[in-house]
Design a protein around this ligand. Structure first.
Ligand code: GSH
Length: 216
């Protein structure tokens, strides 16, 4: 068996795939993109959008972070259960969608706007994304418990949440009015596996388009 993960240490969705690989102690080769041109050309040959992470399992591609985690659980299981069966599993999948679509997407839209040519920037879209991020913060604030996203075990939902409020807070602060979300973000950062991906990404912070804050 050979596993190869295409990704970048500073990429939020790459973290999401790295966390279960590290937590389960699964062996894999990391293929960094886009700096490594050979890796990047291969990624784009397989997936023309050039987005990452992408997993190759004995040459067979698994695309998008959530299916990658599902694939790891099904074919390379370790000590952790990322998506349990039944209603809890459904709740975890929903929270995974929540962190990706309502937190990460809005964060990416705000960051992406500063990368556009000045004349193509979208201040209305950015304001809307900030509004949606605040709605997402307020919603999760009301329901996050004092452990992980869906109870006592670290699951797929926490893999999605590890980068989502981390980077979102850099573009739109969670602030003191959401103590439960703030505490959850801090718990994630204190987790040794999450701390590992945060540390591996540290050298790339100067490249954060909006400027990385001097914390975390
Ligand atoms: N829905 C995808 C999102 C992947 C994604 O947005 N990846 C970003 C890095 S965090 C990327 O590939 N950016 C480079 C690009 O869009 O060219 C997933 O869950 O894997």
């Amino acid at each position: 068996m050979s596993l190869e993960l295409y990704g970048h240490p500073f990429s939020s969705y790459t973290w999401k795939a790295l966390i279960p690989l590290y937590a389960d102690g699964t062996q894999f080769e990391f293929r960094q993109v886009p700096e490594n041109e050979e890796n990047y050309a291969e990624l784009k040959r397989i997936w023309p959008f050039g987005r990452f992470p992408l997993l190759l399992d004995d040459g067979e591609p698994v695309i998008e972070s959530t299916p990658i985690i599902e694939h790891l659980q099904a074919h390379h299981p370790g000590p952790n259960v990322w998506i349990p069966d039944g209603d809890l599993g459904r709740e975890i999948r929903f929270l995974d969608r929540f962190f990706d679509l309502y937190v990460m997407d809005n964060m990416q839209a705000i960051v992406g706007d500063v990368l556009r040519p000045e004349e193509s920037r979208d201040s209305y879209g950015v304001a809307k994304s900030r509004e949606r991020l605040n709605t997402a913060y307020n919603w999760i604030e009301q329901r996050i418990g004092d452990r992980w996203a869906a109870g006592d075990n670290f699951t797929l939902a926490d893999c999605a949440a590890a980068p989502a409020p981390f980077y979102a807070d850099w573009v739109e602060e969670i602030g003191d009015s959401r103590p439960n979300l703030k505490a959850y973000r801090a718990r994630l950062l204190a987790d040794p596996i999450v701390a590992r991906v945060v540390d591996e990404a540290r050298p790339y912070r100067p490249y954060f388009p909006l400027g990385a804050p001097d914390r975390d």
